[in-house]
Design a protein around this ligand. Structure first.
Ligand code: NAD
Length: 450
């Protein structure tokens, strides 16, 4: 994996002074989830705004020891003033803002709060999805929150993040899972995102092992992001099948042994790949993570048929064929989760990567297209779009491109494989069926394709 020497320098004593004096970006060292940690929020959680804040207060004591409210009375919360405690996490319910004049409540609430945030603080703004509101002015006002939250994300300092969660009627009981993710260091490298929660019957039973009782298949699991995904799903209690090509057999088997999982050596493009999967996973699956992916970069003028075909086959055709086969054969259980590993370049396009970005955009299309028909079985299908992640793939990029990839985001640095893995683990939980057909960017609010 590449190491980011600049971030070490910018956080050293001399570096901090020098970087400040010349006005260079000073990326913060992000706080990440450590194994064994129990509480999503270690510090004060501040609630404010409309009635959903009251709903959050019902489960907030499971997330933190210190609960405050500002501007509204919330059960079990102490009133917060700007001279009071530093704040680690914030939930503001903006779902009742339905006219332009009411938007000033955002300024009134956030201005004092912003001066009192701790390092790596996480903010979630709750809203209604504009297309569910019949009054155009109300829909416009709720849409306005998207601009606000994305800009606030860009103004955050010290590794802070901001997300907008659009909560549909009936999805209020899914807030705990989403907030456990977005208010904790599990979402360290995600900022400026808009995610929609719909109603969903399934629920997580045990928050200390949210994937207990679920069986997962991870493709491309021998190294990089796939290995981190396997490790994180196992940490959260899932039983794992790790899949990779024959060349990766020894790494794959070593990791499978360490995680107590099953190694499956298979090329996902083999003509009998679907049949082999069905044969080797007799008990069926609850989680499928299509992570395996390759790059073969050339501008289109110089692109060989082999480069084009191999990327489209591994990255797009195999996930399409295997997902359909796992659904048709019943191997994928009801309330299952399918996660497709896309890329922000699939949203934005990238010079020299017409084959790769075509394949990644196709995966986003697959998630959107399959979600409605899978809903009745409680199966969710989503795409995760990583930005610049520190892996051997990005370590081999030319220096200038690598530096640009790292710094051109609100968090000013690359993410770690763990950041992508945490997002996959959240989308793999039973209750996260309320999120489907969506793209979750794990990119530090990269300017690319924003
Ligand atoms: N690293 C990044 O910055 C980044 C950014 C955006 C998206 N992604 C995506 O994340 C995924 C993982 O990326 P990574 O950086 O860990 O890559 P990597 O090259 O380190 O790992 C990919 C794994 O997939 C396996 N694989 C490739 N072809 C296969 C096949 N036909 N059948 C089975 N396994 C196969 C490889 O053997 C390898 O173990 C890829 O889909 C990639 O496109 C990565």
């Amino acid at each position: 994996m590449a190491s980011d020497r600049y971030i070490d320098f910018a956080n050293s004593d001399i570096g901090r002074r020098l970087v400040g004096a010349v006005g260079l970006p000073a990326p913060a060292r992000l706080e990440r989830w450590q194994a064994g940690r129990l509480r999503p929020v270690e510090g004060a959680l501040l609630l404010g705004g409309g009635p959903l804040a009251e709903q959050v207060s019902g489960f907030a004591p499971r997330m933190t020891d210190l609960l405050f409210s500002f501007g509204a009375e919330v059960s079990g919360a102490h009133p917060w003033t700007s001279e009071g405690s530093k704040i680690k996490a914030v939930v503001f319910d903006a779902s009742t803002l339905l006219q332009t004049a009411q938007l000033s409540q955002l300024r009134t609430f956030f201005q004092p709060v912003l001066r009192s945030l701790e390092h790596s603080a996480h903010i979630v703004i709750l809203a209604r999805a504009p297309d569910t509101l019949s009054d155009p002015l109300a829909a416009s006002t709720q849409q306005a929150l998207e601009g606000f939250s994305r800009s606030l994300a860009k103004e955050m300092r010290n590794g802070g993040t901001v997300q907008l969660l659009q909560v549909e009627e009936g999805a209020e009981d899914q807030l705990e899972g989403a907030l456990r993710f977005f208010l904790s260091p599990k979402s360290a490298f995600i900022s400026g995102q808009v995610i929609r929660l719909s109603a969903c019957v399934a629920k997580v039973q045990d928050w200390s092992r949210p994937l207990a009782g679920r069986k997962a298949l991870v493709t491309g699991a021998a190294r990089g992001i796939g290995a981190a995904i396997a490790e994180t799903l196992a940490r959260d209690g899932a039983e794992i099948v790790l899949l990779d090509v024959p060349q990766a057999r020894s790494d794959l088997e070593a990791l499978a042994a360490r995680l107590g999982g099953q190694a499956l050596v298979l090329d996902i493009c083999a003509p009998d790949a679907a049949a082999q999967l069905i044969e080797h996973i007799p008990g069926g699956l609850d989680i499928v993570v299509h992570n395996a992916g390759i790059t073969r970069d050339k501008t289109l003028a110089n692109m060989t048929a082999d480069f084009w075909d191999s990327v489209l086959n591994v990255n797009l055709n195999a996930p399409q064929v295997l997902t359909q086969a796992l659904i048709d054969s019943g191997v994928l259980h009801d309330n299952g989760s399918v996660i497709l590993m896309a890329s922000i370049s699939g949203l934005a396009g990238n010079r020299g990567q017409t084959n790769y970005t075509t394949s990644k955009a196709g995966l986003i299309g697959l998630a959107r297209a399959m979600a409605p028909s899978l809903k009745e079985r409680g199966i969710s299908i989503n795409a995760v779009a990583p930005g610049f992640i520190e892996t051997s793939m990005t370590a081999h990029m030319p220096f200038a491109l690598r530096e640009a990839g790292r710094r051109m985001s609100s968090l000013g640095q690359g993410g770690l494989p763990q950041d992508v893995a945490e997002a996959v683990a959240w989308l793999s939980q039973a209750g996260t069926g309320s999120v489907s057909g969506q793209v979750l960017r794990v990119c530090g609010q990269s300017v690319i394709g924003a």
